[in-house]
Each structure stands twice: as C-alpha cells, then as structure tokens.
Write a protein that binds this ligand. Structure first.
Ligand code: ADP
Ligand code: MG
Length: 456
C-alpha cells in the first residue's frame, strides 16, 4: 500500500519535457497578457517604476530594509563609486514574532521601525552623516504591491504566512514612514521594491548581462527588465532609459499543464489563500515540506509501515519543514540515519526500517524535483518572452537567483540547472547562465535607493 501511494505520487508529479515546454509557453503568454492591460493575467506583471538599475558608479552611504518571510534584515552599505562597489556593509537579522504576522499593521511596522532605529543608533557612532543630508533607505517589501511611483505603493494582498487585514489597500511606505517618525528616526524612504527586484539590482550592479532576478525562498517571485515600449498598459511618458523593471508576481501563475496532485489540492483548500499562488505552492520553501507531510500522513493512515504511532504531530500542518526534507533528501549515511532522526524528532515516527526510510527519501525527491523542474520552466518562459531562449543573437543572459530554498537545497538547484539545460538545448544553454545572487534583496534595496537618490 505504501509503495502504491509513492508510485501514484511519482506518476502524478511527472514533468516530462513536453509538459514543461507547455508550462514555459504558458508563462511567456501570461507575461504578455499581464503587460497588455491591468488584470490581463493572473500573473500581475506589476510596474516597479524602477527604470534605471545600479551601474557601479553610485557613491555614498545607504540603508536597506528587507521584509519578506520569516526574518527581516536591516543593513547599511557604503558605496565607493567608480566601480569600487561596496566598500563596507553591516547588517542585522531579526526574526519576526509570529503573532505580528497576523496582528495589526501598526504593530508590525512599529516593531520594524524600532529595530531599524536600534540598528541605526548602534551604527551611528562609527558613521558620519555629513552635511545635513537625510539618511536614505531602500525598502524591500516582498508582497504584491501596486506601485504609483518608485517610492510608494499599496498592498494588493498578503502571501506566505502574513495576514494583516488593515494593511491591504494601504500605502506601505507611508505606514513605515509614520512608524519611523514615531521612533524619531530621521530617514527618507527612497525606493520601495521587492526581493526579486532587489536580486536583479544587486546582481546587475556587478554584471550588466543580468536580465532577471528570481527568488526561491519562503515564496517565489521573478523580476526582469522589459522594454518600456513593450508594455501597452504603461500610461504617460515613457521612462527616459526606455526600460522598466517588471515585478512579475509569478507565484500566482497557473496553467492547466501544472501537475497538481490531491495533496496540492488539499493544501491549497486549507491554506490562507485558497485558489491563489498555485505556482508558489508547488515550487517554494514554505510548502514543499508540507506537501511531503501530507503524503506521509496518507501512508500512515493506509499502511502500517510507520508502526504504532501517535498521529498528532504528523497531522499538524507545516510541522515538517522544507529544511527537514532537504536534510532527508541529502542523507548520505548508509542506514539513512538522518532520515530516521528527522522523522522521529519532527513527526514522532520511530523505529522505521531501512526500506521505509528509502521510501521517505523518494517522496522528498519527487516533490523537490517537480518543484525544480517547474521552476526551470518558469525561467525558460522569461527567456522566451525576451527572445533569449535561442542562441541567434550571441548575447549572454544571466539569471540571478536567491532565496533559502535555492541556496540550501542542493538537489533542487541541481535539478533546476539540468532541466533548464534540457529545455534550452545545448546551443542556447551556452549563452545562458544561472547564478546565485547572495543577499540581493537587502543590498539591492540600498543600491536602488542610491540610484534613485535625491542627492545624486
Ligand atoms: P525569505 O524568503 O523568507 O525572505 P529566505 O530566502 O532565507 O527567506 O528563505 C527561507 C526559506 O528557505 C525557508 O522558509 C525555507 O523554506 C527555505 N530553506 C531554508 N533553509 C533551507 C534548507 N536548509 N534546505 C531547504 N530549504 C531551506
Ligand atoms: Mg528574502
């Protein structure tokens, strides 16, 4: 019975190349539809109002604040200008108390502003803010925002584990600015971006061939540089640079080609946002562990391979997390000791046989591999939209990726690389590079603040 459940899962999670090609095509198509008009696609293709990316010539002291998932980071960078790049960088990471993720917006922003004020106070001894300039901050806020300018925007909806009703429809920059003023913090928010835009900016700062920034962390998203004249919904004057960074919000992508199982359906039904963020629910760190938990629960209810056990933990949503399945998926010990440990520690599944542990590893692998292959199809979709999926132009395209899932789940990353190469074919693969952009989202915010600075 257990083998049957796994065989069924393997079958339903299959992602052969023709299916992935359809997914890539659908992604490229949705991108076009989202650019056409407001509401043209589930993939919102939001204008970021970032029309120039950092060049390496920026100079001065800038702050960044990164709020996206479970932690937020504050950082300060000193930019040397003239290709000297980042000459100094200090940062601090703070975890967000879970109750603040579903409380009121004034509590959340109050907490963030107070942590930021502490960081600035600690740092200020060693810094001189010269000639009466206000400190400038780039704010990375990784939730869908409808921007009106590079430094203002209203929250469309929460995703991931956040749900604070009174913030929806509000300007998150104004909220943060008010909270900062309450703390007596004299700082100007020069840019509002998200982690994908930040990753794009952070990587472009060092390499002008970077065309897109992608996140596979708690959630997933993508940003890329589009020609302004290819955005029919862009009203008013075109930006002087001729370019516009698009925040795709691709987590909400859906296509009938996506291989969706009963576990995904149930996860979605019971989620904070049913029917939404389907691509994110298949490909990001918040959900992969939870999918595996649901499969294990089914097995334990229909077979006796886990022995006599208390199901309380196995029935608890989100108790098995993606770092756990990653550890099990990479277990190299001959008797799969790590798998046994993780099952026992997290799910109270004790005394498993080696055969059972192997089955568990396979489940983790099936779920992570499907995620990585669908992720690769998303990347191929962007390259297709940009006309960079075949090698006619001899131009190099670099895709910068960040996020805890990509960074730590080695097999996810390997499957992603292999699948993208399969999708592009040998020739086109030569001109496409995927690289890990370490901490783009925080530094990227400070870099965009610099390139938008009122003093430059
Ligand atoms: P966020 O997306 O919240 O801004 P990160 O980019 O750091 O933050 O991603 C955190 C996510 O990465 C976690 O929610 C988790 O799903 C995933 N993750 C963290 N560590 C690991 C790991 N060792 N293996 C697999 N996934 C991990
Ligand atoms: Mg992040």
């Amino acid at each position: 019975m257990a083998e049957q459940v796994v065989a069924d899962l393997r079958d339903k999670c299959e992602t052969p190349l023709p299916l992935l090609r359809e997914v890539a095509l659908a992604m490229a198509h949705e991108m076009g539809a989202g650019l056409q008009k407001e509401g043209g696609s589930r993939v919102k293709m939001l204008l970021s109002y970032v029309d120039k990316l950092p060049t390496g010539r920026e100079e001065g002291l800038f702050y960044g604040l990164d709020l996206g998932g479970t932690n937020f980071r504050v950082l300060k960078v000193q930019l040397g200008g003239n290709q000297k790049h980042v000459v100094n960088c200090d940062s601090k990471e703070v975890s967000i108390p879970p109750q603040l993720m579903s409380g009121s917006s004034s509590e959340l922003f109050g907490f963030i502003a107070s942590e930021l004020a502490k960081f600035v106070a600690d740092e200020e001894n060693c810094t001189n803010i010269s000639n009466g300039k206000k400190r400038e901050l780039g704010f990375t806020f990784s939730f869908p925002v409808k921007q009106r300018s590079v430094a203002s925007g209203t929250l469309v909806k929460w995703t991931k584990a956040f749900s604070i009703d009174d913030a929806v429809g509000e300007d998150v920059v104004a909220k943060l600015q008010t909270a900062m003023e309450k703390q007596g913090l004299d700082m100007h928010i020069a840019a509002l971006i998200n982690d994908a835009v930040g990753t794009l900016a952070g990587a472009r700062y060092y390499d002008k061939d970077v065309v897109a920034g992608i996140i596979f962390g708690t959630g997933t998203n993508a940003a890329y540089v589009e020609k302004a004249n290819a955005i029919p919904k862009l009203e008013g004057e075109l930006p002087r640079s001729g370019d516009m960074v698009i925040n795709m919000e691709w987590g909400n992508f859906y296509s009938s080609h996506l291989p969706i199982t009963e576990y995904d359906q149930e996860l979605d039904n019971e989620s904070l946002n049913p029917g939404e963020q389907i691509y994110e629910k298949l490909t990001s760190g918040m959900y992969l562990g939870e999918i595996v938990r649901r499969v294990l629960l089914k097995i334990s209810l229909h077979s006796s391979i886990f022995g006599n056990m208390d199901h309380t933990k196995l029935q608890t949503h989100f108790l098995l997390r993606t770092p756990h399945i990653s550890a099990m998926n990479h277990d190299k010990t001959p008797d799969l000791k790590i798998v046994a440990e993780k099952l026992e520690e997290n799910l109270a599944i004790t005394s498993t046989s080696l055969e059972t542990r192997k089955l568990v590893v396979e489940i983790c692998d099936i779920v992570a591999r499907r995620a990585a292959r669908l992720a690769a199809a998303g990347l191929a979709g962007i390259l297709k939209k940009l006309g960079r999926d075949c090698n006619d132009q001899e131009q190099r395209s670099v895709i910068a990726i960040d996020g805890g899932l990509f960074e730590h789940y080695t097999k996810f990353r390997e499957y992603l690389d292999i699948t993208l190469a399969e999708l592009l074919g040998e020739e086109a693969s030569k001109s496409v590079a995927v690289k890990h952009a370490d901490d783009g989202s925080g530094i990227g915010a400070a870099l965009i603040a610099a390139s938008q600075s009122q003093y430059c």
